[in-house]
Design a protein around this ligand. Sequence first.
Ligand code: NAP
Length: 310
Amino acid sequence: MASGHGKKCVLITGATGSLGGELVARYYPEYQIFAQGRNADKLLRLKMRYPHVEIVLGDLRAPGIRDAVRQSQVVIHTAAQKYVNLAERHCFYTVDTNVNCTFELADLAARQGVERFVFISTDKSSFPTNVYGITKYLAERIILELAEIYPATKFVICRFGNIFGSNGSVVQLWLEAKRRRQPIQVTDPNMTRFMFSLDDAAETVHFALTQGHSGDIIIPKMKSVCLRDLMELFGDTPIEVIGRRPGEKVHETLYIKGEIDTGYETDKYYVLNARAPTRLSLRDLNSAECDRVPISRLRHWLKEIERKAA
Ligand SMILES: NC(=O)c1ccc[n+]([C@@H]2O[C@H](COP(=O)([O-])OP(=O)(O)OC[C@H]3O[C@@H](n4cnc5c(N)ncnc54)[C@H](OP(=O)(O)O)[C@@H]3O)[C@@H](O)[C@H]2O)c1
C-alpha cells in the first residue's frame, strides 16, 4: 500500500541519529517517511525541516511502531545502543535494544508484508570482543534466519566501520574537548579503525535498498585510519593517552575468512550471501592491513563536520 500521496512509505528507526537523519534528508522527496526516535525535541526539529515526515515518538516497542510498520513497504532499522563502553556496563539493556527489539521489529515487518528490511550492522560484529559487537553479531544472525523463514521480505544487512564524525565518535569527543580547552583523550595512538563519511554510509544503504538480495551482507570496501594520523588534525591540542577500554580491539575486522565464502563484489562493495552460487575468495579484512584514508581526505571530512556544526 502506498501513502495518500502515492509515494511508498518507509519507516526509518533511529531517525534522530546521525545515519537516520541523513537518510531522512535523502529519502524525503521520494518516500512518505515515518521517523522513529525517543527524543521529542529532536523529532520536532526534524519535522520543522521536513514537514511531511510522520513522527513516531517512543522506543522500538512504542504503539506507533506497529502502525508505521503496517503502512510501510520498507523499513530501515538504524536505531541501536551503539556505545561500546556503555554496553559493557549496561549489558541487559543493550541486548534488549539491539537483539530483542531488532528481532521483534523484523519479525513484525515480515508478518505485515514489508517488502524490504535493511539492518545496519558494524565491523564490531565480526569476531566480536565486546557486548555491543556480540549484540550486532546476534542481530545479524537473526536477520539471516528471518530471511530464510520469510521469503516474501528481502532482508539485507549493511555492515560497516566507523562513520567519521557521527554522534559520540572520537572526532566529536575530541572537538568537544578542544572547545573546552581540555586535552583530547586517546586510547591508543596505534589503534586503527575502518572509517568513511556519512555520505558513503548513506550510499551503502541506498545500494542495499536498490540492489540488495535477501540474505545479503553488504560490506563497503573501506580504508582505515590510524588514531595517530587523526591526532595530527588537532594540531597543538594537548593529548592524554588513557589506554584501551574493556572490550576494545587495537584493530577491527570487517570480515573473517571463511565466515561466508559465497557472493560477489563490485568496485565499491563485497556482498556476502550464503545462498549465492559463486565463490568469493576473500581474505580477512583487517583495519591494520588495508589502505589508509589520506590525511587530506580526513581534513576535508573534519571541515565538513565543523561547517555543519557552525
Ligand atoms: N556511527 C558509527 O560509526 C556506526 C558504525 C557502524 C555501525 N553503526 C550503526 O549504525 C546505526 C546508526 O548509528 P548512528 O551513529 O546514527 O547512531 P546514533 O546517532 O547514536 O543514533 C541512534 C538512534 O537510535 C535511537 N535509539 C537508541 N536506543 C534506542 C532504543 N532503545 N529504542 C529506540 N531507539 C533507540 C536513538 O534515539 P534517541 O535520539 O531518542 O536517543 C537514535 O535515533 C546503529 O545501528 C549503529 O550501531 C554506526
